[in-house]
Design a protein around this ligand. Structure first.
Ligand code: SF4
Length: 256
C-alpha cells in the first residue's frame, strides 16, 4: 500500500529522489518505549574555549559550568544576553532553537542567516524551506522536531563561524541536547559536526551514522546543510540516503 501523502510525493519529485515506501507497521501494540536518558553535558574544553572577543577565557569557562543548571527560560535568557564570543558585537539578536521540546529528532545547522536573524528563528530562509521538505519526506514537520544551530548569532558577511565561536557557543547546544533528550540527532554541515563531534573532516567523509561520546548520548546522522544542497542539488540523492538513516535510527531507538 502506498502510504505517501500527495505532499510527500510532491516533495520526493521535487527533490528528484526515489520514492520511499514506509514499512508496514508491526502488528500488535508496540510497548511504550522507555524515556531516553538525557545526553551528557560535557564540560567545555579549556583549549577550545578561547573567545574571539567579548568574554575572557575565565568567564567562558565559568559560564560553561553554569550551563547544565539552566531550564528553558533560563537558557533562552542566557542566549539572548550572551557575550561569550565576538559575534555578539554585530548581531541584531541571538537566534535560539525552536520546536518541540520533547522532540525525538534534534536538527543542528550552522548559524543563523539574515532571514533567520530578522525572523528570530532558525531555518527561516530558503534553506529552511528545503529542510522542511526534507523533513516532510520522512513524515516529520518542523513543529515536531527541535531545530537549532551550532552558533546562535549571525556571522557577518555570511562567513563560516570560526572555531573559537563554535566552541564558545557549544555549551548552549549541549544544554539544548540535554533538555530535549532526543532519540537521534541530524547534524547538518561541517560546523555542526565540528561542534557536536569535534571533527573537522569534510561532511562527505563524516556522512552517515555516528554516536556522540558519552553514555546515554543519542546517535547522530551527519549530512549536508540545506544551503549546500541548494548550491549542489546533485547531492540531494545522498542527502536522501542520510534521511533514510535518520528514519531507521528513530525506528531502532523506539525499540525496547
Ligand atoms: S554566537 Fe553563541 S557564544 Fe557567541 S555571542 Fe552568540 S550566543 Fe554567545
Amino acid at each position: 500500500m502506498d502510504r505517501l501523502t500527495p505532499r510527500q510525493r510532491q516533495v520526493l519529485a521535487w527533490l528528484g529522489l526515489p520514492r520511499w515506501v514506509p514499512r508496514q507497521a508491526p502488528t500488535g501494540a508496540e510497548p511504550e518505549p522507555a524515556a531516553p536518558a538525557p545526553a551528557e553535558v560535557a564540560p567545555l574544553p579549556v583549549a577550545d574555549a578561547a573567545p574571539a572577543g567579548g568574554a575572557s577565557l575565565a568567564e567562558v569557562v565559568a559560564a560553561a559550568e553554569e550551563v547544565p543548571a539552566l531550564d528553558w527560560p533560563g537558557l533562552h535568557a542566557a542566549i539572548a544576553a550572551c557575550e561569550r564570543c565576538g559575534l555578539c558585537r554585530d548581531r541584531q539578536r541571538a537566534v535560539p532553537g525552536e520546536g518541540n521540546r520533547q522532540a525525538e529528532l534534534l536538527v543542528v545547522g550552522e548559524a543563523p542567516g539574515a532571514a533567520d536573524e530578522q525572523a528570530g528563528r532558525p531555518f527561516a530562509g530558503p534553506s529552511g524551506r528545503l529542510l522542511e521538505r526534507m523533513l516532510a519526506a520522512i513524515e516529520l514537520s518542523r513543529e515536531q522536531v527541535w531545530l537549532t544551530n551550532a552558533v546562535k548569532c549571525r556571522p557577518p558577511e555570511q562567513r563560516r563561524p570560526a572555531a573559537e565561536e563554535v566552541a564558545a557557543c557549544r555549551p548552549w547546544l549541549q544544554r539544548e541536547l540535554a533538555l530535549v533528550a532526543p532519540r537521534a540527532v541530524l547534524v547538518l554541515g561541517g560546523v555542526a559536526a565540528q561542534s557536536l563531534l569535534a571533527r573537522d573532516e569534510p561532511v562527505s567523509e563524516l556522512r552517515g551514522r555516528q554516536r556522540l561520546p558519552g553514555d546515554g548520548a543519542p546517535p547522530v546522522v551527519v549530512s549536508w546543510h540545506p544551503a549546500y544542497l541548494l548550491r549542489r542539488p546533485a547531492d540531494k540523492r545522498g542527502a536522501w540516503a542520510d534521511l533514510k538513516q535518520v528514519m531507521e535510527l528513530l525506528r531502532d531507538e523506539r525499540r525496547p
